[in-house]
Write a protein that binds this ligand. Structure first.
Ligand SMILES: O=C[C@H](O)COP(=O)(O)O
Length: 254
């Protein structure tokens, strides 16, 4: 946690979920209305096919909904893509950009991620900008250098605490059940905060830096207690309301 920064617990459903899954979102919304919203903000990013219905479900609750990616352009001949304006129109307040599964599977570059973050801002939504090292990069001892490169290359100089959230997701911890030690998370997040200060000045002190990568109810208190960790970007454990709420509940004891 960082004094003065309100946490955000975000769920990335990835390519999971049909209309039947929206019951979990209703349960998450009800859970947050029972007082969890006093502790932390909440965001769920369902597949684009569910976004409009999800936005309707959360409209009178403290929970927000977002997209999982967006095109850098507003419109055009880009079959299968979705623009930030379309996400906003469907009810999104945020969009994940630069997730490692898109950097890896779709060859996204730092410059492309930066363009997507700027597209999100033009549409009036907040970019949740993902960075993180691979297993090979960690084993080479290059983690901090990789984070520096990704921040310098992906984070636009106009980023603010209002329009951008950073999510540190060590690629080797995503979906594996593995996490860095609390000390390693602390080192990475402190480095990210310092790099953001270098790039953005005083604004960096207000920006949320989420941790993502196998966050579960069992490790949430340990991970979310770390200095400069301002919330979580949760994948698998966000698909079940009970697990997602249990992670958010960690803030009642930190
Ligand atoms: O966007 C979420 C991250 O990829 C973490 O996913 P995970 O919690 O399933 O490891």
């Amino acid at each position: 946690m960082t004094p003065g920064i309100r946490p955000l617990v975000a769920g990335n459903w990835k390519m999971n979920g049909t209309a039947a899954s929206l019951g979990e979102l209703r349960a998450i919304s009800h859970g947050f209305m029972s007082g969890l919203d006093a502790e932390t903000d909440a965001l769920i990013c369902p597949p684009a096919t569910l976004l409009a219905r999800a936005a309707d479900i959360v409209s009178s609750t403290p929970v927000k909904v977002g997209g999982q990616d967006c095109h850098a352009k507003e419109s055009g001949a880009h079959t299968g893509d979705v623009s930030a304006e379309m996400l906003k129109d469907a009810g999104a307040s945020h969009v994940i950009v630069g997730h490692s599964e898109r950097r890896t599977d779709h060859g996204e570059t730092d410059a492309g991620v930066r363009a997507k973050a700027e597209a999100a801002w033009r549409a009036g939504i907040c970019a949740v900008l993902c960075i993180g090292e691979t297993k090979a990069e960690r084993e080479l001892g290059s983690t901090l250098d990789i984070l520096s490169r990704q921040i310098t290359g992906s984070v636009p100089s106009a980023a603010t605490a209002h329009n951008t959230v950073i999510a540190y997701e060590p690629v080797w911890a995503i979906g594996t059940g593995l996490t860095p030690t609390a000390a390693d998370v602390a080192e990475a997040h402190a480095h990210i905060r310092a790099e953001l200060k270098e790039l953005l000045g005083a604004e960096a002190a207000k920006m949320r830096i989420l941790y993502g990568g196998s966050v579960k109810p069992s490790n949430a208190v340990e991970l979310l207690s770390v200095e400069n960790v301002d919330g979580a970007l949760v994948g698998g454990a966000s698909l079940k309301a009970a697990d997602f709420l249990a992670i958010a509940e960690a803030y009642r004891s930190i």
